[in-house]
Design a protein around this ligand. Structure first.
Ligand SMILES: Nc1ncnc2c1ncn2[C@@H]1O[C@H](COP(=O)(O)OP(=O)(O)OP(=O)(O)O)[C@@H](O)[C@H]1O
Ligand SMILES: [Mg+2]
Length: 217
């Protein structure tokens, strides 16, 4: 059994690749053999990051491979405990393919309506194409707001009928620098930042386990 997690968004630059790398790092740290399928063949963000990680000798090693299609990525899945699909910047036909192939689809979003609205529109369009709402989870990412604003964002997503993961990752230059060095956002030099990111990662893991239990029951 392989867990497949897909990172998708309507807007570009919301944090899909950052989230993909964090999840891969946490899965590997938890003893799961993991691969990131980098489906953004133009930017190859995760592939380039894995290169920096290897050059800087950061451990554990994270396997990343660039794939031209979701189909070819999924063919690799059974060799791993977890496969993470990192999609192209904007929603496209690839987005629905990722959603269909995934056990859990994560949509990163900021806390403003400008960010939340396109995320919810994407989630609705995935549902119309047959993706179950329970498979979709929003992750609060690159937040800049107060506790109150984050709570309002959580309400917005819940009222739209979707799950919003616990924990949130705020904007921080330290997260950017970690990424520059080939590190995940749970590997910065600051314990509090790592703990915040870990909380979100744990929430993804818990949600996957919950969905798996429902499937088995
Ligand atoms: N918490 C954060 N604080 C500051 N910068 C961040 C944070 N998370 C991600 N970034 C930076 O934001 C930019 C976009 O992030 P990322 O590449 O993960 O988004 P993406 O959704 O994969 O983008 P694309 O749509 O282009 O594939 C990157 O430069 C990344 O380093
Ligand atoms: Mg990306």
């Amino acid at each position: 059994m392989t867990y497949i997690v897909g990172m998708v968004s309507q807007k570009g630059g919301v944090g899909k690749s950052t989230l993909a790398r964090m999840m891969a790092r946490e899965f590997v740290a938890g003893g799961l053999s993991t691969k990131i399928a980098d489906l953004d063949t133009q930017q190859q963000t995760c592939t380039n990051w894995a290169g920096r990680r290897a050059e800087n000798g950061v451990t554990p090693e994270i396997q990343v491979q660039s794939f031209p299609s979701v189909k070819s990525a999924v063919e690799e899945a059974e060799r791993f405990d977890a496969l993470i699909l990192d999609g192209k910047p904007n929603a496209s036909d690839q987005t629905i393919e990722i959603a269909k192939a995934s056990d859990l689809v994560v949509i990163p979003t900021g806390q403003t309506v400008d960010d939340l609205h396109p995320g919810v529109v994407l989630a609705h369009s995935l549902r119309k194409k047959g993706i179950a709402a329970e498979k979709i989870a929003f992750a609060m990412f690159k937040t800049t707001g107060s506790e109150r604003e984050n709570a309002a964002a959580r309400d917005y997503v819940s009222q739209a009928g979707y799950m919003i993961l616990d924990g949130e990752v705020s904007v921080s230059t330290a997260y950017g620098s970690a990424s520059d060095q080939g590190k995940a956002i749970t590997e910065t030099s600051f314990r509090t930042l790592n703990e915040r990111a870990s909380k979100l990662a744990q929430s993804v893991i818990d949600r996957m386990a919950e969905l798996h239990e429902r499937q088995v029951a």
